[in-house]
Design a protein around this ligand. Structure first.
Ligand SMILES: [Mg+2]
Length: 241
């Protein structure tokens, strides 16, 4: 019986193309730090250190530590100078991306989450833990789903692994105290979200912003567009899955 529903954020609960977001995000943060780090060098370091974080297997290192250790080896500006610039970026320029991308909350997203919480399910925002918590809370505001009593929001400040590493899901389940078979993972990405099915979680693929490299052969238990997902949840479908 399902007791916990985990939702991916980007392209699942918050409706935008991830590649468009990534492009605008990298442009904006590169512009912000341009007075400190040369733009081409910065963008290269950002991508390389993100990759190092995604590949990390060391259980003693949080994602933020892996990222920062790798990143500040690649740029000549010290951490105590650049970190406040990053923090300022996430409080200001980052919030503007909503308008650049034209993101609007889906009218039913919040209602669906409130329904699940009211019915007693644990609800987790299982977004890839590659961003600081401020950047995740901000994207939740874009989707109109901020401020609900979530059981957990995974972010780079607290997690030790990233999707598609199955250890990300093992760590998440350990934190919330649920067995795989008690959980439903909802996401738009075959490689990063539906892969959780390998551990025994039930999976639901949301196809509006589908991402699929073809690498993951594990099929979702259910699939539909977002509107049908909402209907499924509101008609108590999760109970019967
Ligand atoms: Mg996604």
């Amino acid at each position: 019986m399902i007791r916990c529903v985990l939702f991916d954020l980007d392209g699942t609960l918050v409706h935008f193309e991830y590649d468009d977001f990534l492009k605008e995000y990298i442009n904006a943060i590169t512009r912000t730090v341009a007075t400190f780090v040369e733009p081409t060098q910065f963008a290269k370091a950002l991508l390389a250190s993100t990759d190092a974080m995604i590949r990390n297997q060391d259980p003693s290192l949080k994602n933020s530590q892996v990222f920062q250790d790798d990143f500040f080896r690649r740029v000549s500006v010290p951490e105590n100078v650049l970190m406040p610039v990053f923090e300022d970026f996430y409080r200001n320029e980052f919030t503007e991306l909503k308008n650049t991308l034209g993101v609007q909350p889906h009218p039913k997203a919040r209602e669906m989450l409130e329904f699940l919480i009211q019915e007693g399910y644990d609800v987790v925002i299982a977004t890839n833990a590659v961003f600081p918590v401020e950047a995740i809370l901000e994207r939740m505001r874009w989707g109109g789903i901020q401020g609900l009593p979530y059981t957990l929001i995974t972010c780079y400040d607290t997690m030790h692994y990233c999707k598609p590493n199955l250890k990300y899901y093992e760590e998440t389940l350990e934190l919330i105290g649920h067995k795989p078979e008690e959980c439903l993972m909802v996401g738009n990405n075959m490689d990063e979200d539906i892969i959780a099915g390998i551990l025994g979680l039930k999976t639901y693929l949301v196809e509006d912003f589908l991402l699929d490299s073809g690498a993951n052969q594990h099929s979702p238990d259910m699939r539909s567009n977002f509107n049908e997902l909402v209907e499924f949840v509101l008609s108590d479908g999760v109970q019967a899955i």
